[in-house]
Design a protein around this ligand. Structure first.
Ligand code: NAD
Length: 453
């Protein structure tokens, strides 16, 4: 690991990555890697997660190529010094913010969107002018192996490196000196990463998870609500950091909502979702066992069936939920959807505010006052109103958490800025150099200062 870090550091110091042409070429190569090997990527995602090809294409291929294309298009603009105002007392002078790369960056990714969550931060770091070490998750082993084989073929190995492995390899990497660490995964390991970063005062971005709630007001359009929740929840079999974790529904609407969810599941995945080509699988037997045991926290109103040999868990809606159960105390990160009836939106807000800040929050309501009340009185990493997941697909909205759900945001320009220091530069002219600015401090000068400052 220290050889890798040393190689990248000397490349960084050579100035190679400062060239915009070099950055553009690396970004083009990343997209070439994805398009030329699309079939192999989709196959690896199917092996790891039973990911339907369309889902794999949208979330792990097109999402990345789209972000990277924007970075290529905006490369010059986003890396130009930004002129800012200069106060009178500095004159004559000009002021700029000069975007500078940070140096050598480490990106550690999880297994649920194993291409997107590794390559989008890595591309942002490259567009910003850094060298990068990428560490894919060992849990999505087939995708990790494919990336491990392809990245060195397509990208400059003296500046962009990939290290496969699990805890020992990551621990070893974390003992090296990086200029930024970008970690996506759970909060327990997030704390390990942050503790390791202390040694070198390395800044960290933590993209974590948590229980993302959905408020369903009595004014909501239940058919659209159910379809949008079903899509966001059962995409990737619920293994999405911003998937709806639980529903807080107006109690008068619970039964109707369950029926609409039943219809949506039927439309999306057929009468037996196990036979559907559009429904994924749980990533590993360990994760399957955890989810199966979480089901004890409620009663299955829809689904509930499992097949351990295939790591299949049906889209499942749980009612009569025990608020003290593990189902309601840890992030579900799978296809189980508990519903809790609520007497009022105020009660739903209080329920959410009694828990750590979520990564995402969703509110479904036709009543605009309900929406503004929820927005004003809750805190979350991001929000989609009358929808799920979609806020993270707009590159103009930085994506990230707050508190227990993480720190720092990326995507689009925010992602590139995350891996840069905006260096303030004040450039003064020399034609005028009034002596009022210098000692000795006479009474006359003091009076002038008091007037103009
Ligand atoms: P994971 O098990 O793949 O771990 C993530 C990374 O951490 C892996 O690369 C792994 O090798 C490394 N790691 C694991 N243990 C480590 C240790 N002790 N020391 C150093 N590194 C270690 O993935 P996970 O954590 O199970 O991912 C699921 C979590 O990630 C969920 O909480 C989910 O909400 C969150 N997540 C967040 C986002 C986001 O963008 N905010 C996206 C996806 C997932």
């Amino acid at each position: 690991m220290s050889n890798i870090a040393d190689t990248l550091r000397s490349t960084y110091e050579s100035g190679t990555t400062r060239s915009l042409a070099w950055r553009r070429h690396q970004l083009e190569q990343m997209n070439k890697m994805l398009t030329e090997n699309e079939a192999a990527f989709l196959e690896a995602l199917r092996t790891d997660l039973g990911k339907p090809a369309v889902e794999g294409f949208i979330t792990d291929i097109a999402f990345v190529t789209g972000e990277v294309e924007t970075m290529i298009k905006k490369l010059k603009k986003w890396n130009k010094p930004e002129r800012v105002g200069t106060p009178m007392f500095n004159m004559p002078a000009k002021s700029h913010l000069v975007p500078e790369p940070l140096g050598v960056v480490l990106v550690i990714a999880p297994w649920n969107y194993p291409v997107q969550l590794l390559l989008v931060p890595a591309a942002s770091a490259i567009a910003a002018g850094n060298c990068v070490v990428m560490k894919p998750s060992e849990v999505s082993a087939a995708t990790s192996a494919l990336l491990g084989q392809l990245v060195p073929k397509y990208m400059d190995p003296s500046a962009v490196s990939i290290v496969e492995g699990g805890v020992p390899e990551t621990t070893d990497l974390l003992s090296q000196h990086f200029d930024h660490i970008f970690y996506t995964g759970n909060g327990t390991v997030g704390r390990v990463v942050m503790a390791a970063a202390v040694a070198n005062l390395t800044p960290v971005t933590l993209e974590l998870g948590g229980k993302s709630p959905v408020i369903i007001d009595e004014s909501a359009d239940l058919r659209v609500t159910a379809r949008r929740i079903a899509w966001g929840k059962w995409l990737n079999a619920g293994q999405t950091c911003v998937a709806p974790d639980y529903l807080l529904v107006a109690e008068s609407k619970q039964d109707a909502l369950v029926e609409e969810l039943r219809k949506a599941i039927g439309e999306f995945y057929g009468a037996d979702p196990h036979l559907s080509d559009s429904y994924g699988r749980i990533v590993s037997p360990r994760h399957f066992d955890r989810l199966e045991s979480l089901m004890a926290g409620g009663t299955a109103a829809i689904g509930g069936d499992t097949k351990s040999d295939e790591r299949y868990i049906a889209p499942t809606v749980l009612v009569d939920v025990d608020p003290e159960s593990q189902l309601m105390s840890e992030e579900i990160f799978g296809p189980l959807l508990p519903i809790i009836p609520m007497k009022s939106v105020a009660d739903s807000i209080a329920f959410i505010n009694a828990r750590p800040h979520p990564l995402a929050l969703y509110v479904f309501a036709e009543n605009k006052n309900v929406v503004s009340n929820v927005l004003a009185r809750t805190t979350a990493g991001g929000v989609t109103v009358n929808g799920t997941l979609m806020h993270l697909t707009n590159p103009n909205l930085p994506f990230g958490g707050i508190g227990e759900s993480g720190m720092g945001g990326y995507h689009g320009k925010a992602g590139v800025r995350l891996f840069q220091h905006l260096k303030p530069v004040l450039t003064r002219g020399t034609k005028i150099d009034p002596s009022i600015a210098y000692p000795p401090y006479t009474d006359r000068k003091a009076k002038i200062f008091r007037r103009v400052l």
